[in-house]
Design a binder for this molecule. Structure first.
Ligand code: SAH
Ligand code: SF4
Ligand code: F3S
Length: 439
């Protein structure tokens, strides 16, 4: 009988892509995907460690598998991805029914390790950092969740050392894939109907570091731009320190490159930015945004923010409010500081109370909401080209697409237009989306 795999994903876009790659390898090993975990032979959780909450959710889902394991002892339960790398053996100690622990850089070994566990009943752990089984994904396309939009790994890992962040520990040192391999993959995806690609990396705009010959992200975008059939190119996440002229020029000159840049500021206070070791000041950050806006007409900027970093005073927070309200971002993702054991920030304590973090969080969300509402209103009456992502679950007539600048547009249409580019007239807006009419 065919074996069944249940795979659940937590965390960022890179984990979504990694899960597609795991699924693809497992399908290659004879598995089919199963949505009901009670029926699965192998249950895998692809996990995230970035905040406490992310780890707790994955731990509690994996913890619940103890019941399934009691009923069906042959089921293999595994924890893979960032939390596997972060906690390693601790997971085995905490969850006796978990038999497999695999870090992000060893995902390619999953099918082999699963069959070893099935054959021997012994636990397996693969966590060392190595490129040996670094999944390049070139063969892994049949299981992609969407065909017309595809993620592609450009680089993985992070060589920076923001003091709050666990990602360099979980994802390891930066490795960039070769531009030729990436372009080949883009071509193959385009042949299979992909029209939009998103290049992924923890700091995607440091792409190319250490490679010879050196091709940076601007250069990679130019190469990918040549591929017929691809109509939109996105990339996430960028770091302010690597917004180089070649990238600005690529965004300006290449029509397929979406005019949307996600560059997390994290804070508006220079004191906090320094304690975070972000490598820039708020003045420098503003300068980067100015350069982008002068050179790339129509560009929209998004940011991440952390509130309640150790030692963040009311004055520091005010500086963040100032930066947010003056730069006027299209989008902001706000997070409450979560201490990550093993990071440099741990000895700094966690002195901002949970209540105060919540308050600051809400202030930023409200402010961002106001800014986005105002900005979006100015777009009413304009015509936008959108890529349709599909009908809503509840009402098949109501469909959603996205603009070049990644904003959602809801509209009505008789026919399922998923994967098609259509033009809509914007007739209404909120802070988060538009309503449009087909033209
Ligand atoms: N590689 C990306 C983002 C990684 S994590 C980058 O550097 O831009 C995504 C976001 O989570 C970060 O931008 C940050 O805002 C937030 N984050 C990271 N560590 C955190 C922590 N310990 N507590 C709260 N938020 C955190
Ligand atoms: Fe974490 Fe900083 Fe690296 Fe982003 S740049 S992954 S926040 S260490
Ligand atoms: Fe989480 Fe790892 Fe992504 S820690 S945010 S899944 S890189």
């Amino acid at each position: 009988m065919t074996k069944k795999l249940y795979l659940e994903t937590f965390g960022c876009q890179m984990n979504v892509l990694d899960s597609d790659l795991i699924a693809s390898r497992m399908v290659g090993a004879g598995y089919v995907l199963e949505e009901d975990r009670d029926k699965a032979d192998v249950v895998l959780f692809n996990t995230c460690s970035v905040r406490d909450q992310a780890e707790n959710r994955a731990l509690s889902h994996a913890g619940n598998m103890v019941h399934l394991k009691r009923r069906r002892p042959d089921v293999v339960v595994g924890i893979v991805g960032c939390m596997a790398q972060n906690k390693q053996k601790e997971i085995f100690d905490q969850l006796p029914h978990v038999q497999l622990v695999v870090g992000p850089r060893k995902m390619g070994a999953i099918p082999r390790l699963v069959s070893e566990i099935q054959a021997t009943g012994q636990r397996r752990m693969a966590i060392e950092e190595t490129d040996e089984e670094f999944i390049d994904g070139s063969e892994a396309v049949q299981t992609r969740s969407t065909q017309f939009q595809s993620y592609i790994k450009a680089m993985e890992g992070c060589d920076l050392s923001c003091t709050y962040c666990i990602v360099p520990t979980t994802r390891g040192k930066e490795v960039s894939r070769s531009p030729e391999v990436i372009v080949d993959e883009v071509r193959r995806l385009a042949d299979q109907g992909t029209v939009e690609i998103t290049l992924l990396g923890q700091t995607v705009n440091s792409y190319g570091k250490g490679r010879k010959p050196y091709v940076d992200l601007g250069g990679l975008l130019r190469m990918v731009h040549e591929v017929d059939g691809i109509r939109r190119i996105r990339f996430i996440t960028s770091h302010p320190s690597f917004v180089r002229p070649s990238l600005v020029e690529a965004m300006r000159d290449l029509p397929k490159v979406c005019k949307y840049l996600h560059i997390p500021a994290q804070s508006g206070s220079n004191r906090i930015l320094k304690a975070m070791r972000r490598g820039y000041t708020q003045e420098k950050y503003r300068g980067i945004v100015d350069t982008l806006r002068e050179n790339v007409p129509g560009i929209e900027i998004a940011s991440d923010w952390i509130v309640g970093f150790p030692g963040e005073t009311e004055e520091d927070f005010d500086a963040t409010v100032d930066l947010m309200s003056e730069v006027r971002f299209q989008n902001s993702y706000v997070f409450r500081y979560s201490p990550r054991p093993g990071t440099v920030a741990i000895p700094m304590g966690d002195d901002v109370s949970e209540e105060e973090k919540k308050r600051r969080n809400q202030i930023l969300l409200d402010l961002q909401g106001e800014i986005a509402s105002e900005k979006n209103q100015t777009r009413i009456g304009t015509i936008e080209e959108i890529l349709v992502e599909g009908p809503s679950k509840r009402n098949p007539l109501r469909q959603t697409g996205r603009t070049d600048t990644h904003q959602a547009v809801h509209f009505e249409a008789e026919r399922d237009l998923r994967g098609k580019f259509v033009k809509v007239k914007i007739v209404d807006s909120t802070a988060l989306s538009f309503r449009g009419e087909l033209v």
